[in-house]
Ligand binder design. Structure first.
Ligand code: 5GP
Length: 234
């Protein structure tokens, strides 16, 4: 499948049209941004790492009956995906308090939650992706109630699958962000699942092995991404 035209360029990915109207090519970049692009940089080989990790995870989720936009891997940085209409809501699932939840509620990072927390954030960088709930989503016509039920169901199932998968690799899945889209009237998982979109801590040392190393200037950023890739592929 050939790339025809660049139709979208985001912070971490480019999307191209193909000869087929239902299919697109998603290319992963090394560009890294944080805090709604106030901080910018490059993480060498990040695009390759995130493409490989996302490929592995999408295939795993498909095998567990969770529909995704993933069609096939094309090369180191590109995958063929289904063309979806993105639901402009970021779904966050949290198993352990960190990041935005620690800040919002004045909590210490590392508190293990009694059950997973699901959050919705409206996808708008200028507004800093504000926290919203299903009433906002329904009342504003962002998505319908049955769609949100499906999104919540898939999100918790994805958490169960990924928590177990990462733990076998010596990684604790602290939290992660998902995006969903509509394909032929059905909700499917879109975007990516990678150390850009998950917090992953080493299960023994609790060392951070994700984008927080970039966000917080912790050093060894590339090494952390490579370590996650090595474990995911093992
Ligand atoms: P938080 O709300 O604590 O900043 O993020 C929760 C989780 O979702 C983290 O794993 C974080 O990486 C991911 N996440 C939330 N928003 C974004 C976003 O806009 N971009 C990326 N790459 N990840 C996000």
């Amino acid at each position: 499948m050939q790339k025809l035209k660049l139709i979208y360029e985001g912070k971490a990915k480019k999307v191209y049209s193909t000869g087929k109207p239902d299919l697109l090519i998603q290319e992963f970049k090394d560009d890294a941004t944080a805090f709604d692009a106030a901080k910018r940089g490059t993480i060498l080989q990040k695009g390759v790492v995130n493409n490989k990790i996302s490929t592995k995870i999408f295939a795993l989720l498909e095998s567990k009956k969770i529909p995704t936009h993933f069609v096939e891997s094309l090369n180191d940085r590109e995958m063929l995906i289904k063309k979806v209409g993105i639901v402009p809501v970021e779904v966050t699932i949290r198993n352990i308090v960190a990041g935005g939840m620690a800040k919002l509620l004045g909590l210490e990072e590392g508190i293990v939650l009694k059950k997973p927390v699901l959050e919705y954030h409206y996808k708008d960088d200028a507004l800093h992706d504000p926290l919203i709930n299903e009433y906002h989503i329904e009342a504003l016509g962002i998505a319908a109630k049955p769609e949100m039920n499906t999104i919540a169901l898939y999100s918790f199932k994805i958490n169960d699958v990924l928590k177990e998968f990462f733990l076998k690799k010596g990684l604790i899945l602290v939290d992660f962000k998902l995006e969903f889209g509509r394909f032929k009237g059905k909700i499917i998982l879109a975007d990516e699942i990678s150390p850009d979109t998950c917090r992953l801590w080493d299960s023994k040392t609790k060392e951070k092995l994700d984008k927080d190393r970039f966000r917080r200037d912790l050093g060894n950023v590339e090494e952390a991404y490579q370590e996650v890739l090595k474990r995911v592929m093992a």
